[in-house]
Write a protein that binds this ligand. Structure first.
Ligand code: NAI
Ligand code: MG
Length: 496
C-alpha cells in the first residue's frame, strides 16, 4: 500500500531512489511515497513520487543509450541477461523477503516462487538472443530479399503490484534482449522488489539502457504513455487503465501490448469430483495470492451431479489454508495489497450476501478483530448462484471471492463460460480427453489448461483475447512480436 508523505517526515525510514541514466536519484520529486506492509499496515520504505519531468529525463537517457545498445551483438546482450539471472538466483531469499513484505503475498507460496521465477525469466530470454533471426524470401535468382528483426527503440513499460517483480522482469528481459532501451514505471504499492532487480541489472548494463521511475499512475504513468520519445508501450494492469494507455498510443500510432484483467472460467465435469481437482481449483483461483491474479479461475462451472459434494470438499480444503503474516513460513495466504482493494473486495462480499438467489457456501466478510484485523486480510469465500449474469459473476474481483454456477448441458456451460468481456485464461477438469479438448478449443481465451491450475512458465504464449488484452510477451514469439520490428531489405542482383 502506498501513501504520499513529505520526505522530511520519513527520516528514520529507509529511502529508495529511482534509476535514471545510470544514477540513483530522487529526480525532480518533491514528495515521497511511503510503501506499507499490507500484513500489518506499517511503513517499510519510501520512494520518490516521480514526476513528468523525471519521465522526460529518463526517456531522453534511454534515447541516448539506444544506438549503442542496439549495436551490442545479441549474444553479448544475452550474456548480460544470463549474468543478471545468476546474481538474482544467488540472492533469491533477499528478493523473496522484499516481495513478501511489500505485496503481502506469502513468502512460502508466492514470494519465493516469484523470486525464483524472476531469475528464470532473465535466464530464458538471455538464451534467446541468437534467435532474433530474419528470413529470406524466394523472389527468384535475380533478387535477394531478407528480413531483419530490429529493436523498436525506447520502450515505455508500466507494471502492477500483484506480481510486480515477475511482471516487471517480463518487460525488462525481452525488451533488452531484443536491443531496445527501457523506461519502466513501477507500481506505487510495490516498487521495492523491482528497484532491487534494477540495481543488479545496472551493475551489468550501460547507463540509460534501463531506467526505473517510481510514482503514481495518473502522474508518472500517464506522462510515460504520452511521451513522444517512447516508441512502444507495454502495460500490465487493469482494463480501465489499459484503455487509457491504448488511447495515448493511438495519438502517435505507437504499438502497444496490453495484459489486462480476467474473469476466467473453470469447467468441472461429473467425472472430476476428486480431491486432486479440488486442489486444482484452489490453485487455479490463486487463493494463496489472495486471488490477486489476472488468470484466476474465478468462475467455477460445476456439473449439477457433483455440485454439492464438490463444494463441501472445496469448503473443507479452503478453510485449512493458513492466513496471516506473509513472512511467516507457515502462512499459505497473505494480505490484500492496500486499503482501497481491501474495501473493494469486502464490498463484493457484502453484495453477495444481499443478492437474492445467491448462497454463501464458505467464507464471508473478514474478521473485525483479532490478529487478522491488523492487516488487509480477506478470507476464501464462495457464493453459489444459478445465474451467470450477476455482478459477482461478471466483474473482476481481484480478491478471494469465487462464484459457483451449476450446469448440466456442455453447450450451455461453454456458452456461459464465454459470456464475458474478458478472455485471458480457462480451466477444464475431466479425464475424458476428447471432451476436454473439445471444451478447451471452444473457450474464448488466450490460455486454457486441462487438469491443472498452475503451470505458467517462460516459453509459452501468454496473453488475452477480448478485453483481456492484446499481444504476447512470455515467449520467443512474444519477444519477436512485441519488442522488434521486421524490416525487409530487397537487393537487385541483376544490375548491369
Ligand atoms: P491499475 O491498472 O490502476 O495499476 C496498474 C499500473 O498502472 C500501476 O503502475 C499504476 O500506477 C498505473 N496507472 C494507473 N493509472 C494510470 C494512468 N492513468 N496512466 C498510466 N498508468 C497508470 O490497477 P489498480 O488500480 O492497482 O487495480 C485496480 C484493478 O485492476 C484490480 O482490482 C484488478 O481488477 C485490476 N488489475 C489487474 C492486474 C493484472 O495483472 N491484469 C494487475 C493489477 C490490477
Ligand atoms: Mg487504478
Amino acid at each position: 500500500m502506498a501513501v504520499t508523505s513529505k520526505p522530511s517526515t520519513s527520516t528514520s525510514l529507509r529511502h529508495e531512489t529511482m534509476l535514471i541514466d545510470g544514477a540513483w536519484t530522487d529526480g525532480n520529486a518533491r514528495e515521497a511515497i511511503t510503501v506499507l506492509n499490507p500484513g500489518n499496515r506499517k511503513p517499510i520504505a519510501s520512494v520518490p513520487r516521480g514526476t513528468a519531468e523525471d519521465i522526460d529525463t529518463a526517456v531522453k537517457a534511454a534515447t541516448a543509450a539506444f544506438p549503442a545498445w542496439m549495436r551490442v551483438p545479441p549474444r553479448d546482450r544475452g550474456r548480460i541477461l544470463t549474468r543478471i539471472a545468476d546474481v538474482i538466483e544467488a540472492r533469491v531469499e533477499e528478493l523473496a523477503k522484499i516481495i513478501a513484505e511489500e505485496t503481502g503475498n506469502a513468502i512460502k507460496t508466492q514470494a519465493r516462487p516469484e523470486a525464483k521465477g524472476t531469475a528464470e525469466i532473465f535466464r530464458y530470454f538471455g538464451g534467446l538472443a541468437s534467435e532474433l533471426k530474419g528470413e529470406t524470401i524466394p523472389f527468384g535468382e535475380h533478387v535477394l530479399s531478407y528480413t531483419r528483426r530490429e529493436p523498436i527503440g525506447v520502450v515505455g513499460a508500466i507494471i502492477p503490484w500483484n506480481a510486480p517483480v515477475l511482471l516487471g522482469s517480463l518487460k525488462i528481459a525481452p525488451a533488452l534482449c531484443a536491443g531496445n532501451t527501457l523506461v519502466l514505471k513501477a507500481a506505487e504499492d510495490a516498487p521495492l522488489g523491482i528497484l532491487w532487480v534494477a540495481r543488479i541489472c545496472q551493475e551489468f548494463l550501460p547507463k540509460g539502457v534501463l531506467n526505473v521511475i517510481t510514482g503514481y499512475g495518473p502522474e508518472a504513468g500517464a506522462a510515460l504513455s504520452a511521451h513522444p520519445g517512447v516508441r512502444k508501450l507495454s502495460f500490465t494492469g487493469s482494463t480501465e487503465v489499459g484503455k487509457l494507455v491504448m488511447k495515448a498510443a493511438s495519438e502517435r500510432i505507437v504499438p502497444v501490448s496490453l495484459e489486462l484483467g480476467g474473469k476466467s472460467p473453470s469447467i468441472v465435469y461429473p467425472d472430476a469430483n476428486e480431491d486432486w481437482v479440488v486442489d486444482g481449483i484452489i490453485a487455479a483461483m490463486r487463493f494463496t495470492r489472495q486471488s490477486q491474479s489476472c488468470t484466476a479461475g474465478s468462475r467455477l462451472f460445476l456439473h449439477a451431479d457433483i455440485f454439492d459434494d464438490f463444494l463441501n470438499k472445496l469448503a473443507a480444503k479452503a478453510s485449512k489454508l493458513k492466513i496471516g503474516n506473509p513472512l511467516d513460513e507457515e502462512t499459505d495466504m497473505g494480505a490484500i495489497i492496500n486499503e482501497k482493494q481491501f474495501r473493494k473486495v469486502c464490498g463484493y462480499v457484502e453484495d453477495g450476501l444481499k443478492q437474492p438467489g445467491a448462497t454463501l457456501r464458505f467464507g464471508g466478510l473478514p474478521p473485525k478483530d483479532g490478529p487478522l484485523s491488523e492487516g488487509f486480510f480477506a478470507i476464501p469465500t464462495l457464493f453459489a448462484h444459478d445465474a451467470n449474469d450477476w455482478r459477482l459473476a461478471k466483474e473482476e474481483i481481484f480478491g478471494p471471492v469465487l462464484v459457483a454456477i451449476k450446469w448440466t448441458d456442455e453447450q450451455e456451460a461453454i456458452r456461459m463460460a464465454n459470456q464475458t468481456h474478458y478472455g485471458l485464461a480457462g480451466y477444464v477438469w475431466t479425464k475424458d480427453i476428447g471432451r476436454a479438448l473439445r471444451t478447451a478449443h471452444a473457450i474464448e481465451a488466450g490460455w486454457v489448461q486441462i487438469n491443472q491450475g498452475l503451470g505458467q512458465s517462460p516459453g509459452h504464449s501468454y496473453g488475452g483475447v477480448k478485453q483481456s488484452g492484446i499481444g504476447r510477451e512470455f515467449s520467443l514469439e512474444g519477444m519477436l512480436d512485441s519488442f522488434t520490428i521486421k524490416k525487409n531489405v530487397t537487393i537487385n542482383l541483376a544490375t548491369p
